[in-house]
Design a protein around this ligand. Structure first.
Ligand code: AMP
Length: 122
């Protein structure tokens, strides 16, 4: 959840906070009031986009606890991007925890399309 003054939580050491702030370049495909999306730098499928809340939380469950509607926004933005790129069939994935492959501890929804999830090393 954003703070009472309307600002979003941020972590100055967080890579995705820096992308959201525009301090590090990314191939942006969506810039909304609360949600940003950009292409994964190491795509694991023909379409591989990360949909990210501006508000810094370490994982999807933390975002859901703070602001459940924001998870819905991530899914809606993911659908709009995939559909808009001609990929109405896609997989959505939140990695949570290092042992599950999470490497960036800022909530991000992987949108993968153009390949079968069982064949993707996400
Ligand atoms: P995860 O492993 O679920 O934490 O996903 C992190 C994802 O971020 C990986 O798929 C990386 O390829 C991707 N990634 C890392 N750095 C960048 C970057 N600078 N721009 C875009 N994607 C990135």
């Amino acid at each position: 959840m954003s703070t009472a003054d309307g600002a979003f939580d941020t972590d100055e050491s967080c890579l995705f906070c820096k992308i959201v702030a525009g301090d590090i370049p990314a191939d942006l495909v969506h810039t909304g009031e609360r949600v940003v999306a950009f292409r994964d730098i190491a795509p694991k499928a023909p379409l591989h986009v990360l949909v990210v809340p501006r508000d810094h939380k370490p994982n999807a469950a933390a975002t859901a606890a703070a602001d459940p509607a924001l998870i819905g926004e991530l899914v809606s933005v993911a659908d709009a991007i995939a559909t808009g790129e001609g990929q109405p069939a896609y997989n959505l994935l939140f990695n949570t925890g290092e042992a599950a492959g999470q490497t960036v501890f800022h909530t991000h929804l992987h949108v993968l399309a153009g390949g079968k999830l069982t064949e993707l090393p996400v």
